[in-house]
Design a protein around this ligand. Structure first.
Ligand code: HAM
Length: 425
């Protein structure tokens, strides 16, 4: 029988070097940034009870209606792989009584799972960096969340990022808006897309982010919520805009940003980039003052966002920002068995003292083949020991960037290592 051919599940990806190094570098930078803003890391399980997402994210959302990886465990519990982090973060904070301690700032990096139709920038397992800021009702916290996300686009020099801002109102003004939308769409019910017809009565705001051409003319003429905001929501929105101006963060008010999750109120935002094509949002978030309470907790205002790491890296690649990874490390090259034995203690020592990788290859190869491997490893230096060098009691240290050679005495491993460390500084 032919052996089976195994492939990664549809919509998932493997990350191998040097791609995995780009991920690590991005994650390291994100952690530094989040910590600089005063956020601490939270890690939650990859799966939770399905009910948490039904209650938390909303039963009319795409995520809950059709995208969850849902399964029954061996004790017949209804579970789902995490399709987003916000509901689990609130669940964990409640479970550990973290809200009792006052304001709370948490960040996370990790996978989410959504059964979507895979395409460029859309995966079934993707990865998010996100933050959740609890305990502040004022627009200062909205600014803080947006500023953190924006700072990431700034440090990477993503020039085409656009911050789209909207307000979804609150319990006072939203019901009025709902009625206005129903009045607007109902007369055209027959011409709307099937999805929109189904959604209209349950969740009319979702029609505003429909991409279906059948809906387009009616979406375009729908009344903007901004015109119907109550006084308190309007004040909040205006204050946020003023803060953004003060912080020098450019934005556009986009009434089409309604977000696909039910927990939002007041501020919502998305950061988009033209290089992403149809899946243009790299980051989405907003305020969700009612979620903690609806999951059984106290009244705790909250705001947060999540940023898709796949999409962020796609932008860097398209804008050629990531570039080639810089050369790092030493390739130890031995020509012949005797040289190989002489290099073993040196490699061991190098791995103790160097902050860069030491690559070793134990095959018999020609020098040229070894150098090719060094290039593939993106090594900065090659430490070459052949029979000639062995006889002369020397090592050749080649700078692979400039193609220059230097000779070192072949001594005990620690002496060679010391010479290399010295050469570094
Ligand atoms: P979301 O808009 O569903 O929000 O996802 C945020 C970001 O995650 C998207 O803008 C996108 O970059 C990335 N993303 C989502 N699904 C996929 C996918 N299938 N493939 C690739 N990337 C994807 C949330 O998840 C909210 N929990 C954000 C939030 C946090 N709101 C408040 N706090």
């Amino acid at each position: 029988m032919m052996p089976a051919k195994y492939t990664a599940p549809r919509g998932t990806q493997d990350f191998v070097p040097p791609e995995s190094a780009r991920w690590n570098a991005l994650e390291a930078r994100i952690r530094t940034l989040a910590e600089r803003f005063g956020y601490g890391e939270i890690r939650t399980p990859l799966f939770e009870s399905t009910e948490l997402f039904v209650r938390g994210v909303g039963d009319t959302t795409d995520i809950v209606e059709k995208e969850m990886y849902r399964f029954r465990d061996r004790s017949d519990r209804d579970m789902a792989l995490r399709p987003e982090w916000t509901a689990p973060v609130v669940r964990a904070a409640l479970e550990h009584h973290l809200f009792a301690l006052g304001p709370l700032r948490l960040y996370y990096i990790g996978p989410i799972f959504r059964y979507e139709r895979p395409q460029k920038g859309r995966y079934r397992q993707s990865h998010q960096f996100g933050i959740e800021c609890f305990g502040f009702a004022g627009p200062e916290a909205d600014l803080e969340a947006i500023a953190l996300a924006w700072e990431l686009t700034r440090v990477y020099g993503i020039g085409d990022a656009v911050l789209n801002l909207n307000s979804l109102g609150d319990d006072e003004c939203r019901p009025r808006y709902r009625e206005a939308l129903l009045e607007h769409f109902r007369p055209n019910l027959a011409t709307l897309s099937e999805d929109s017809r189904r959604r209209l009565e349950r969740n009319p705001m979702r029609l505003l982010d429909s991409k279906d051409p059948a809906d387009a003319p009616f979406v375009e003429t729908a009344p903007p919520l901004e015109s119907m905001l109550c006084g308190a929501c309007r004040e909040h929105f205006e204050a946020l805009k003023a803060y953004l101006d003060l912080a020098g963060i450019p934005f556009v008010v986009n009434p089409r940003i309604v977000r696909g999750l039910d927990y939002y109120n007041r501020t919502v935002f998305e950061i988009t980039s033209s290089v992403l094509g149809a899946q243009s949002a790299v980051c989405g978030g907003g305020r969700y003052d009612g979620l903690v309470r609806s999951l059984g907790g106290p009244d705790v205002p909250a705001v947060g966002f999540a940023l898709g790491l796949e999409r962020f890296l796609m932008i860097l690649e398209a804008l050629a920002i990531a570039g080639d990874s810089p050369r790092r490390g030493v390739q130890a090259i031995a020509l012949g068995a005797q040289a190989r034995a002489a290099l073993v203690p040196i490699v061991t020592e190098l791995r103790r003292v160097l902050d860069e990788p030491t690559f070793a290859d134990y095959q018999d190869r020609k020098l040229l083949a070894h150098l090719k491997i060094a290039d593939r490893n993106r090594a900065r230096l090659a430490l070459i020991l052949g029979s000639e060098e062995l006889a002369a009691g020397e090592l050749v240290l080649r700078d692979l960037e400039n193609r220059t050679d230097r000779r070192l005495p072949l001594g005990p491993g620690k002496d060679v290592a010391a010479a290399l460390v010295e050469g570094n500084s």
